[in-house]
Design a protein around this ligand. Structure first.
Ligand code: DQA
Length: 144
C-alpha cells in the first residue's frame, strides 16, 4: 500500500513561518512524522511532496492515479481558492484526507471555505504536525 502526502505553498517554510500559528516544527519534522506513521500503519511505500505551484500539485495528483492507494493533502492557501485541485482529486477518485496544521475554522472567514475538502473523505485540523499522523491512521483504517 502506498500513501502520497501532498503539501502546498509555504509549508516548506515551517519552523520559520508564523510559529505562533504553525509551531516551531520544520518541514523535515513533518516528513519524518509522515514516514514513521506510514510504517506504523501498514503502508510499505510513502511519497512526501511539497510545491508552491498549483499546477505542480495538480500534476502530482494526476500521476497518483493507478499507483497510489490513498492521499493525505494539505493544500495550504490553495485550499481556499483552487477548483483545479478539487477537480484533480475528483478525477482520480483516490481516497483522500485533508489536513491543516492550524484550526482553520477558528481563523479568518476566508479560511473556512475548502474546495479540496469537497473531494476528501475526512478532515484533520488544529492538531499541529501530529495531524499528519492522525490522517495517515484514518486513511489506513479506511483502506483496510
Ligand atoms: C494551512 C491553513 C491555510 O489557511 C494556510 O493558507 C496555510 C496552512 C494549515 O495547515 O493550517 O498555508 O493549510
Amino acid at each position: 500500500m502506498k500513501v502520497l502526502v501532498i503539501n502546498g505553498p509555504n509549508l516548506n517554510m515551517l519552523g520559520v513561518r508564523e510559529p505562533a500559528i504553525y509551531g516551531t516544527g520544520t518541514y523535515a519534522d513533518l516528513e519524518r512524522i509522515c514516514r514513521e506513521a506510514a510504517a506504523d500503519n501498514g503502508f510499505d511505500d510513502i511519497e512526501v511532496f511539497q510545491s508552491n505551484h498549483e499546477g505542480a500539485i495538480v500534476d502530482k495528483i494526476q500521476e497518483a492515479w493507478g499507483t497510489v492507494d490513498g492521499i493525505v493533502i494539505n493544500p495550504a492557501a490553495y485550499t481556499h481558492t483552487s477548483v483545479a485541485i478539487l477537480d484533480a482529486l475528483k478525477a482520480v477518485a483516490i481516497p483522500a484526507i485533508e489536513v491543516h496544521i492550524s484550526d482553520v475554522d477558528a481563523r479568518e472567514a476566508f479560511r473556512q471555505v475548502s474546495y479540496a475538502g469537497m473531494a476528501c473523505i475526512a478532515r484533520v485540523a488544529g492538531e499541529g504536525l501530529n495531524g499528519y499522523r492522525h490522517a495517515i491512521e484514518m486513511l489506513s483504517e479506511r483502506l483496510a
